[in-house]
Design a protein around this ligand. Sequence first.
Ligand SMILES: NC(=O)c1ccc[n+]([C@@H]2O[C@H](COP(=O)([O-])OP(=O)(O)OC[C@H]3O[C@@H](n4cnc5c(N)ncnc54)[C@H](OP(=O)(O)O)[C@@H]3O)[C@@H](O)[C@H]2O)c1
Length: 239
Amino acid sequence: MQKKVLVTGTSRRVGLHLAKRLHEDGYAVLAHYRSQTEGVQELQKLGIETIAADFDSGEHILDFVARLRRDYQGFRAIIHNASSFTPTDEDLAQAAQQYEQFFYVHMMAPFLINQGLQDRLQGDDEQPADIIHITDINAENPTPRFDIYGTTKAGLHNMTLALAKKFGPSIKVNAVAPGPVLFTESHTDAVRQAMMAETPLAKEGGAEPVYLAVKSLMDNPFLTGVSIPVDGGRRLSKG
Ligand SMILES: NC(=O)c1ccc[n+]([C@@H]2O[C@H](COP(=O)([O-])OP(=O)(O)OC[C@H]3O[C@@H](n4cnc5c(N)ncnc54)[C@H](OP(=O)(O)O)[C@@H]3O)[C@@H](O)[C@H]2O)c1
């Protein structure tokens, strides 16, 4: 049986694109989702296997790992794309909840899934297996208004380095750090223009450049512990 490429957070946008493109390129994709969306239906119609889980507690994440171990023997790669993105709430009690939510999805889920499937991640003669964390350029140059988001993504960036040391030589662990690839509804026209003005390549990059970075990491047998910014250069000039 072909080894799976597990992609998390495939219900929409970047994750959906990654799952479709990996499938097109001949990988056996296992697409994780939380919400049942048109995107998930689209994946299922393409014949892509899907699996549901909410990464909202240690218990739920451990249950997800147990299901993966029970039902799948081998993984070629794991792409951690699932994420929550909102500005830090000014109400402290709300911020505490937000911290917990972001910690589970950006840090605990990748850690438990990686650790729990380490012995199931298998490369071949030419290639180690791959773990790829989708982080954010905010991990290194934070936006204060999004500090809970940014600090938990920074934790994921640090995990990339720690696990690259821990999981070699059989598994490479790398990160892709997007900048403005897909705006959200919360980005007003003014914010979009301001972001473009401080992006040397002056456009919204789209999901495909994220896929190209993921694929280049998977194709390269001698890269581990690196982070590729996919940001049109925004990290250089972002305030
Ligand atoms: N878009 C950008 O320009 C940009 C910029 C920098 C970094 N990034 C990073 O790139 C990745 C993709 O970005 P995006 O904009 O496509 O993200 P997105 O639209 O926010 O989608 C996030 C995905 O994660 C899932 N998810 C959220 N919380 C979850 C939970 N508790 N358990 C399981 N799944 C959960 C969502 O599922 P539901 O459908 O159920 O909500 C959704 O499928 C993210 O890691 C993001 O941080 C993106």
